[in-house]
Design a protein around this ligand. Structure first.
Ligand SMILES: Cc1ncc(COP(=O)(O)O)c(C=O)c1O
Length: 422
């Protein structure tokens, strides 16, 4: 289906609805075969689509007719999720600013496929990008090991420090983009998206502002409303929510970025599988209700840990003691389901804790319905050089928890018992 039709469908039916309604309904009918009378959308598990005749095939390739050709290029099941995420990230931008009606989304086979395809779509040899100093381990590798091979270099800065960011921006006025996570993985540092966008554009009007919104999800934070023009997610996490899929998505208000990204989809092939996309679409329907519970459980656990004598500090945006609390209150609708903390006994104490809990599963990833616990220094951020890791607050004893939807009293009891063994 062509973009104009896609936009019509989204705008016509869903832009006036609330978040939960959009999460349930936006895009759904795009995946229902005509005449099937199915209540839920279908899985078009096919690699190719049949042309009516030679002329029909030629028209589809010439973009003179709407339809599907080959699943790497587009698939109705994938289109449903693209329309839905578009409606979740986009609605308020349209209402607030009628110029931003061209928000559109592309679904990818992983969060890393979404991030790397975005970089390849907007950068070329000789370009430079400014990026947050704390990013997910593979994103760090992309910036430090892969892109430099194509003569794309990155300048790393703590984007939560606006003075430092402005200085870096002034020193690199020709940078093509700014990329950051907020909250960051795993230190939970928060960047003021609006101020960073303003500062960057006051120096370079054309710069792209790219936000990895994986930790917050559009339910808690919509960066396009705050000045970013590209938002991306690992849908593996909260958006799917059930830990059954690896996936990603990019949402952009820039028509050229969308076209260039689509070219990456076609020619590099980071396309998602229809079945996986269908599972993500199923998960996203309950995103609002899940996020409410993740936030409420995480706050209670953060408050419990903060008072525990064996805990040195807790990083959670909902805690008044957390240095980014005021900014989180302003920028996010709630504080999320992830927290990090340092045990006074350092790594050995953390190891003991992780091996003593029963309800928390020792595993990387986050945003699942059940609670996960992990050790960033040896797991998700093992590829970050130790000096850099320590400088950015990813200490050897840092433990990260992705708080699930269990009864919170059970989770606290589990932690309490495990902490006694530390
Ligand atoms: C913030 C963030 N961005 C991106 C990714 C990469 O996503 P994926 O594993 O779906 O490729 C992750 C994975 O943990 C992440 O935490």
């Amino acid at each position: 289906m062509e973009d104009s039709k896609r936009k019509d469908v989204i705008e016509k039916f869903y832009l006036d609805c609330g978040f939960a309604t959009r999460a349930l309904h936006a895009g759904e009918h795009l995946g229902q075969p005509i005449g099937s009378h199915a209540h839920t959308n279908a899985i078009f598990q096919t690699s190719t689509f049949v042309f009516e005749n030679v002329d029909d095939g030629a028209k589809l390739f010439d973009h003179k007719k709407q339809g599907f050709i080959y699943t790497r290029l587009g698939n109705p099941t994938v289109l449903v999720l693209e329309a839905k995420i578009n409606a979740l990230e986009g609605q308020k931008v349209k209402l607030a600013d009628p110029e931003h009606v061209r928000i559109s989304s592309l679904v990818f086979s992983s969060g890393m496929a979404a991030i790397s395809s975005t970089m390849l779509a907007i950068l070329k040899g000789g370009d430079k990008i400014i990026r947050g100093d704390v990013v997910y381990g593979s994103t760090e590798d992309l910036f430090t090991k892969i892109l430099p091979r194509y003569h794309v270099n990155s300048v790393s800065v703590d984007t939560s420090d606006l003075a430092a960011f402005e200085k870096t921006m002034k020193a690199n006025p020709d940078a093509k983009a700014v990329f950051f996570e907020t909250p960051t993985n795993p230190t939970m540092a928060i960047t003021d998206i609006r101020r960073v966008s303003e500062i960057a554009r006051s120096i370079n009007k054309k710069i792209h502002i790219i936000v990895d919104n994986t930790f917050a999800t559009p339910y808690l934070q919509r960066p396009l409303e705050l000045g970013a023009d590209i938002v991306l997610h690992s849908t593996t996490k909260y958006i799917c929510g059930h830990g059954v899929v690896i996936g990603g998505v990019v949402v952009t208000s820039d028509e050229k970025v969308k076209d260039d990204l689509y070219q990456m989809m076609v020619d590099l092939g980071p396309s998602p599988s229809p079945f996986d996309t269908w599972l993500v679409n199923l998960g996203v329907k309950t995103l609002p209700i899940r996020m409410k519970q993740h936030c409420s459980n995480a706050l209670k656990i953060a408050e419990y840990l903060e008072k525990h004598p064996k805990v040195a500090w807790v990083a959670y945006p909902g805690l008044k003691s957390f240095r980014y609390h005021e900014l989180a209150k302003k920028q996010m609708d709630d504080f999320g389901g992830i927290l990090a903390f340092e045990l006074k006994g350092g790594f050995e104490a953390g190891k003991k804790l992780m091996e003593s809990v029963h309800l928390f599963t020792l595993a990387v990833s986050l945003g699942c319905v059940d609670s996960l616990i992990q050790h960033p220094a040896s797991m998700t951020h093992h590829s970050v050089p130790p000096e850099k890791r320590l400088k950015t607050g990813i200490t050897d004893g840092l433990v990260r928890i992705s708080v699930g939807l269990e009864d919170v009293d059970d989770l606290i009891r589990d932690l309490d018992r495990a902490l006694q063994k530390v």
